[in-house]
Write a protein that binds this ligand. Structure first.
Ligand SMILES: NC(=O)c1ccc[n+]([C@@H]2O[C@H](COP(=O)([O-])OP(=O)(O)OC[C@H]3O[C@@H](n4cnc5c(N)ncnc54)[C@H](OP(=O)(O)O)[C@@H]3O)[C@@H](O)[C@H]2O)c1
Ligand SMILES: *[C@@H]1O[C@H](CO)[C@@H](O)[C@H](O)[C@H]1NC(C)=O
Ligand SMILES: *[C@@H]1O[C@H](CO)[C@@H](O)[C@H](O)[C@H]1NC(C)=O
Length: 390
């Protein structure tokens, strides 16, 4: 500390640091909602400056302080949001869940929202009409129906002739029936691809001319299961992985048009995605009917009938507060420099990190420990019991 307090330059360095710290604390007090990470980036130059002032002397401290200030303001500048203005955004799958919440959230922030819904006479669509501002329009849009995609495009382009469309959020998606990949019927794989991948591709292709006009944003709601392998998610995960890869390629190709592309990989959030018990019964029946007798025998009736209980328990593992996902989409839509990938929700980033940076055997081991309460197929149970008896 002697080096710092000994000279006028040292006093100057400390004075600047103190002033800086006080400003940061005042702004943080004024907007308590400001995220911790922003605060850290604001405080970093002061801390580094002090540290280096103490070790390298006041000159070094000042140089490091200035350099850190530049880095921090470039970083925070990238995080700065563009004004909402009269930006228009189309969201698919706004009947329920994330899409529904997002339509209300963006409407509330002043966006012109086009809320695509699977059923324009359903309760979700009705609620949007009643609770949102007159800026919001509800559009009938089954993303797997080419006619409806075309019709929605005509409606949006008619309204937005001059300004184009700022944002497209490919949110509509289905989970299907989570079960071992060997057991899932082909129809389940096809259905997941149809909605989660081909539907999103068709909507994107159709609306890209409007996005190019505004040099806007394309946001894809993928999933944690689309970035990392997870048991039971062969069909869903594969369709989301296809969407994620498509997004990555689009990000590269569309940059020349000034369009920025982001993919969102949420972990578990409480929505309607797990479906209803009527749907589970139908999916279970479909699965059972398509199983070869041997496979059915090997897995055993109680294992197969237990698959459904996983769905029942999904909400217990999911977060009720959707705001991390909503903030991620808002950042993707408005940040000057949006991220290519967002991972809102518990565990989404951690698991991706382990998958990307550790050996595969470690990732697999980790996942098997995490999900260790899974039931065991009949054929494996009997051989386990036999080997114990020997
Ligand atoms: N919730 C999570 O934990 C989680 C995690 C990772 C990723 N995601 C992804 O986030 C997105 C939103 O999911 P969510 O959790 O909000 O589930 P959700 O409540 O089921 O919302 C999905 C919406 O898409 C609609 N939809 C289904 N098929 C459609 C089609 N062919 N055309 C147009 N719309 C269709 C659904 O309509 P109906 O309700 O009428 O079927 C529903 O309103 C999905 O892409 C999902 O994969 C969710
Ligand atoms: C597609 O949408 C059109 C227009 O809403 C409708 O008439 C048609 O029946 C739909 N097709 C399918 C296969 O659902
Ligand atoms: C989303 O995916 C679709 C196709 O799956 C692609 O056309 C689009 O560019 C992607 N957009 C983003 C923002 O990831």
């Amino acid at each position: 500390m002697d080096a710092l307090t000994g000279s006028p330059l040292g006093w100057l360095c400390m004075g600047v640091t103190a002033l800086f710290g006080a400003t940061v604390l005042r702004t943080a007090k004024r907007s308590p909602a400001e995220q911790a990470s922003v605060l850290v980036w604001r405080l970093l130059p002061a801390l580094l400056g002090l540290l280096c002032g103490a070790t390298l002397g006041p000159g070094g401290g000042l140089v490091v302080f200035c350099a850190a200030c530049v880095v921090s303001s470039v970083y925070l500048g990238g995080r700065a949001l563009l004004p909402v203005g009269d930006k228009a955004v189309l969201i698919t799958g706004s009947d329920t869940g994330i899409g529904h919440a997002l339509a209300k959230y963006l409407d509330n922030l002043g966006f012109v929202v086009f809320a695509g819904v699977l059923n324009k006479d359903g309760p979700g669509a009705e609620e949007l009409r009643q609770t949102c501002s007159p800026r919001l329009s509800v559009l009938q849009l089954d993303i797997t129906n080419a006619t409806q995609v075309k019709e929605a495009y005509l409606k949006v382009s008619e309204k937005m002739q001059n300004t184009g469309l700022w944002g497209l959020v490919n949110n509509a998606g289905i989970l299907g029936f989570p079960a071992d990949g060997e057991l899932l019927p082909m129809s389940m794989y096809r259905q997941c691809m149809e909605v989660n991948f081909f539907g999103a591709v068709e909507v994107s292709k159709t609306f890209l001319p409007l996005l190019r006009k505004s040099q806007g944003r394309l946001v894809n709601m993928s999933s944690m299961a689309g970035g990392i392998p997870l048991p039971r998610y062969a069909a869903y995960g594969a369709s989301k992985a296809a969407l994620t890869m498509f997004s990555g390629v689009m990000r590269q190709e569309l940059s020349k048009w000034g369009i920025k592309v982001a993919a969102i990989h949420p972990s578990g959030f409480q929505t309607g995605i797990q479906g209803t018990s009527d749907l589970w019964d139908k999916q279970e029946k479909d699965l059972m009917e398509n199983l070869p007798a041997d496979t059915r025998q090997d897995y055993g009736e109680d294992y197969l009938l237990g698959l459904k209980s996983y769905l029942v328990h999904i909400p217990a593992y999911c977060a009720a507060d959707l705001s991390p996902v909503l903030s991620a989409v808002l950042h993707a839509l408005l940040a000057k420099r949006p991220q290519g990938l967002y991972t809102p929700g518990k565990g989404a980033y951690l698991l991706l990190c382990i998958f990307c940076h550790f050996p595969l055997w470690f990732y697999d081991f980790f996942i098997s420990k995490m999900l260790s309460t899974e039931s065991v197929p009949r054929a494996l149970r009997t051989s386990e019991a036999e080997s114990k008896n020997l």
